[in-house]
Design a protein around this ligand. Structure first.
Ligand code: PGA
Length: 246
C-alpha cells in the first residue's frame, strides 16, 4: 500500500496540532486504501496520538536516539515514541544531515535501533545540487543507502526509503517525476543487491516540494510508492488533497 507522510518539521504547538487534526480528519475517507502518516514535533505526539486513535491515520516521529535511555540531554528514545503510539520514525532527513551534522554512521545506528525496537524507519537519502551537477546522484544515493543499512541487510523489508533531493526540499523546485522514477528504480536495484531474499516490502517515497498540483504527476508512476511532504502538509486541506491525489 502506498504511504503518504506529513513531515511538519518544527511547526505547530499542541493547540495548533489539535486544530489541524480535527480539520484533517474531516477529509479522511477510506483510510484503509492508503497509508496516511502524520509526523508532528515531539511535543505534539501525545495529543496527536490521542486524537488519531481509531481514525486509521498513523503517527510517526521526525527523529530518535539510538539508545533506549541514558545521559543524552535533549534526546528522545524509541521506547518513548512507541508508548505514544508512533509506528514510524523519519531517520536521516537532509536537515538532520546538513544542519545538525548527522553522519551516515549515526544514521546507521538509528536504523539498527529502530529495527531492534520494532518501529519502522523511513530512511531519507538524496543528493545535493553539486552532486547532481557533477553526475554523482546515483553514487551518493547508493552510498547513503548501503551505509545506513550496514549490518541490517537482511531486514530491508522492515524499512521504507524516501528519496529527497536536497535541492528540491523547501525550494518549490521538485525533481521531475521522470528523474525521481530513475532514482527510485536505481534504489530498488541497490536493495536487491543488498538483500536478494527481500520480499519487496520497502517502499520508495519521493519528497521535495510536493504540492497538491504536482502530486498526481508523481503518483501516476508505479515506482513512486508514496510521498514525504513538508511545507504543503502544514495545511490540512492541502495535505488531504495530496493524500487523495491518486
Ligand atoms: P518540502 O519538504 O515538501 O517542504 O519540500 C519535504 C521534506 O523535507 O520532507
Amino acid at each position: 500500500m502506498r504511504l503518504i507522510a506529513a513531515n511538519w518539521k518544527m511547526h505547530k504547538t499542541v493547540s495548533e496540532t489539535q486544530d489541524y487534526i480535527k480539520r484533517f480528519l474531516k477529509f479522511v475517507e477510506h483510510p484503509e486504501s492508503r497509508e496516511i502518516l502524520l509526523c508532528p514535533p515531539f511535543t505534539s505526539l501525545y495529543v496527536a496520538g490521542q486524537l488519531l486513535e481509531g481514525s486509521g491515520v498513523k503517527l510517526g516521529a521526525q527523529n530518535c536516539h539510538y539508545e533506549k535511555q541514558g545521559a543524552f540531554t535533549g534526546e528522545v528514545s524509541i521506547p518513548m515514541l512507541k508508548e505514544l503510539g508512533c509506528e514510524y520514525v523519519i531517520v536521516g532527513h537532509s536537515e538532520r544531515r546538513h544542519i545538525f551534522g548527522e553522519s551516515d554512521e549515526l544514521i546507521n545506528k538509528k536504523v539498527v535501533a529502530c529495527l531492534e525496537e520494532g518501529i519502522r524507519p523511513i530512511l531519507c537519502v538524496g543528493e545535493k545540487l553539486e552532486d547532481r551537477e557533477a553526475g554523482m546522484t546515483f553514487k551518493v544515493v547508493e552510498a547513503q543507502v548501503r551505509l545506513a543499512l550496514s549490518g541490517v541487510e537482511e531486514h530491508t523489508d522492515s524499512i521504507d526509503i524516501a528519496y529527497e533531493p536536497v535541492w528540491a526540499i523547501g525550494t518549490g523546485v521538485p525533481a521531475t517525476p521522470e528523474d525521481a522514477v530513475a532514482v527510485h528504480r536505481f534504489i530498488k536495484e541497490v536493495l536487491k543487491d543488498i538483500n536478494p531474499k527481500a520480499r519487496g516490502k520497502t517502499r520508495i517515497l519521493y519528497g521535495g516540494s510536493v504540492k497538491p498540483h504536482n502530486a498526481p504527476e508523481f503518483m501516476k508512476h508505479s515506482e513512486i510508492e508514496g510521498l514525504l511532504v513538508g511545507g504543503a502538509s502544514l495545511d490540512p486541506e492541502a495535505f488531504a488533497q495530496i493524500v487523495y491525489s491518486f
